[in-house]
Design a protein around this ligand. Structure first.
Ligand code: ZN
Length: 249
């Protein structure tokens, strides 16, 4: 594992017209505020940049994406209004090695769907403050380091199967909800040279990202998704290539 510092860019929608009191109460500094605090405790953190819906066109430039090792994404109400150019640039960067950590309703973001190759994001959901019990399925996975076999998130939005995702490469966490649903809540994929982790917990009205186990999973996921080298400048597209060695010599 590389000792290189990890440059992280967090996109949190933080839509200014969508601030009901309960969201402010759960996340007084925004979800990006607590996610930043979690990462700032890690020695390996390099540059940390924050983009919101209002600023994403200015912040998520090609230059910033090229200098980003892991892109974290939380979005909900403004998924469809995110700039398609930003989505295309970010998707290409993932294919060339940038890590991508998609949180909660980011399963319905344009970027996640583009990388998953699907526009369906079928799942059951309800905002009822139900209890979630998570199970660590891949105990030896780097994202599960320090996470117990099972733990409870006292209140969160319920998501339930069937979840319209391609089969994950690895299922790290599986959740059961109070209302009876089960959900593949921690999944990994590889797309091109990029590593992707989706984590279900973290509805904006429940202070889930303050929970130590969830904080550990998030920090682990950012480290896991970070590429060995920031290889964004290398275009390894198809090319007519001369032989490396001559035959019959
Ligand atoms: Zn939600």
């Amino acid at each position: 594992m590389s000792n290189r510092k990890i440059n992280v860019t967090i996109y949190n929608e933080d839509y200014p017209d969508y601030h009901p009191e309960e969201v402010k109460e759960a996340y007084p500094n925004g979800i990006h505020g607590v996610l930043s605090e979690i990462l700032e405790r890690e020695d390996c953190l390099g540059k940390l940049r924050i983009a919101t819906f209002e600023t994403h066109r200015e912040i998520l430039t090609q230059e910033v994406l090229d200098d980003t090792d892991v892109l974290v994404w939380w979005s909900h109400k403004q998924q469809q209004e995110v700039d398609d150019r930003v989505v295309s640039m970010a998707a290409l960067r993932v294919l060339r090695g940038m890590g991508f950590v998609a949180l909660h309703s980011a399963h319905a973001s344009k970027l996640f769907q583009k990388l998953m190759g699907t526009e369906t994001y079928m799942l059951r959901w309800r905002v009822a403050g139900e209890r979630a019990r998570l199970w660590t399925v891949e105990n030896n996975h780097p994202i599960a380091e320090g996470i117990p076999e099972t733990f409870v998130v006292p209140h969160d939005e319920t998501y339930g199967e069937p979840f319209g995702i391609p089969q994950p490469d690895e299922l790290v966490f599986l959740s059961w909800f109070q209302g009876g649903e089960v959900f593949r809540s921690g999944c990994t994929w590889k797309r091109g040279e990029g590593k992707i982790f989706y984590f279900q917990n973290g509805h904006e009205t429940y202070p889930v990202y303050y929970q130590p186990e969830v904080q550990r999973i998030f920090a682990n996921a950012v480290k896991w998704a970070s590429p060995v080298k920031r290889c964004c400048m290398v275009d390894r597209g198809g090319r007519n290539a001369p032989p490396m060695e001559l035959a019959n010599t």
